[in-house]
Design a binder for this molecule. Sequence first.
Ligand SMILES: Nc1ncnc2c1ncn2[C@@H]1O[C@H](COP(=O)(O)OP(=O)(O)OP(=O)(O)O)[C@@H](O)[C@H]1O
Length: 246
Amino acid sequence: MSKTTVAPTPAPAPAPAVRVSGLRRSYGSTVVLDNLDLTVADGEFVCLLGRSGCGKTTLLRTLAGLDKADVGVVDVPDRVAVVFQEPRLLPWKRVGFNVRYGLPNNRESAARAQAALAEVGLDTHADAWPKSLSGGQAQRVALARALVREPQLLLLDEPFASLDALTRITMQGLIRDLAERHGAAAVLVTHDVDEAILLGHRVLVMDGGAFTYEVDTSEAGRSHRGSTPYEALRRDLLKHLGVEET
Ligand SMILES: Nc1ncnc2c1ncn2[C@@H]1O[C@H](COP(=O)(O)OP(=O)(O)OP(=O)(O)O)[C@@H](O)[C@H]1O
């Protein structure tokens, strides 16, 4: 009896976490987002770099559902969490409540909040008041509040901007590890080229509401600062941002 072998059907590629096409947004006569297309794969970490006013925050707010496109398709998963530049905690509620705010008021939510606090190294702070936290600790609580929702997409709008340089380095490592561990896709807005290279699998440069450059940083991001591939990538990005190095 002859045997027929059937070639296995390739598994379908997983649906991307973010699919944006033809996105336009204007305020009056000012075009802020101009016919943007963006796809972010599941588990991918994308960083947006661009000069002030180029439309980064507007794009992030649109992905978060906080701003509305004039035209275009914006397809994001159901569970999206945002971390802003400031922690935005409720000062009259304890840390644990802030983390589980919006979840059902039950023991499971309290346990999930506690686990999220442990992930950001603040498991002993559930009963603390926000005003007793340092800036870095408060931003960790904001991160725990995002993670407790088990987001499929994490949106980060300059979350380290108000932190001191040392805390910033710790937070960068933490966010990278957590995004990886949770398998969440992430979009980070930053002004910092090194931060973008360090955290991103891919870096997009925006100018005038459009993407003007894109680079895969997954390899160079693992190289040390100062190494040849890292410095070449850094110079390349600075050039596309229109920054002259002296
Ligand atoms: N609600 C609004 N009403 C009118 N104009 C707005 C509004 N929000 C943003 N803009 C304008 O849209 C443009 C893009 O703003 P956006 O905040 O997205 O830029 P950005 O790249 O995030 O800037 P930055 O890096 O300084 O935060 C700017 O010219 C800004 O003035």
